[in-house]
Design a binder for this molecule. Sequence first.
Ligand SMILES: [Cu+2]
Length: 253
Amino acid sequence: MTDFDCSARSCDSARSCDSARYPRGNRDRPTPPPPPRGATPRRAPIALAAAVIAAVAGCGYAVTAGGGGARAAASFSSPALAQAIARQAGTALAGRAPQAVSLARTRVLGDQVPAGASVDRASDRITFTGRSVSFTVVAVPPGGPDMTFRVAGLTNPALVVPAGAQVTVQFINGDSDEAHAWLITSEQPPFSFGQPKVPAISGAFSGLIGDPTASGQGASTITFPAGPAGTYQYICPMPGHAQMGMHGAFIVR
Ligand SMILES: [Cu+2]
C-alpha cells in the first residue's frame, strides 16, 4: 500500500483520494491503461441513452450514432434496457415538446374519431377517404395498455389512407415517465431491438417527446403526403419499443 492508495481506508471517496494523489489536478494524472481486448463496456446503456438523446437533439434518427455501446446494444433484446433508455430520454426532454396537452384532453383526443374516417372496431381498422387526412395518435395512452398507440379508441389500429392524401398527425406522448416517438417504416414485424432510423415516407416522423410537465403531455404535429402505395408500419423508434408492441399497419392505397 502506498501513501495515497485509493483502497486505503483514510480516503473518504475516490474524488478526495484523487485530490491527495494529484494536488495540481489533471496535469499530474497519468494516462489510464487501455481496457483489455474484448472487455465489455460497463456503461453501454448510458452511452446508448446519450446517443439517442443526441440524435434527437440533432433532429436525426440514428440511434446507433453514439459509438460502440449503441452498436452492441442494438443486437440484443432487453425490455429493462429499453425502459432505462426511454426514462433517461423522458427526463432529459421533459418540457421541450412543441405543444402541451392536458391529461384530460389527451384522453379525449385518444378516443376521438377523426373527421371523415370509418372505424371498424371488430377488425381494429380505420379507413380514411378524401385528400385531407387528420388524426391524433397517443403513445402509451393514459389507463393503458402499456407500450401501445391509441387512435380513435383503438389499440394499434391499421390506418388506411388514400395515396396522395395530405396526412396530418398530432402525436401526443401519454406516458408519465418515458420518451416516445412516431415513425413510418417499410419494415414489418417482428421488429428487433434496434429500430429503423429513417422514415419510409418523407416527413412521416414525429421526434421524441419527453415526460409531461405541469403544462401537460408533450405533443407535436406533423404533415406529410401519403405515398407511394404500399403497406407500412408506424412504430415508436425508441430501441425495443416496437418490439414490445408499439406498432401498427399504415396502408396507402
Ligand atoms: Cu416508445
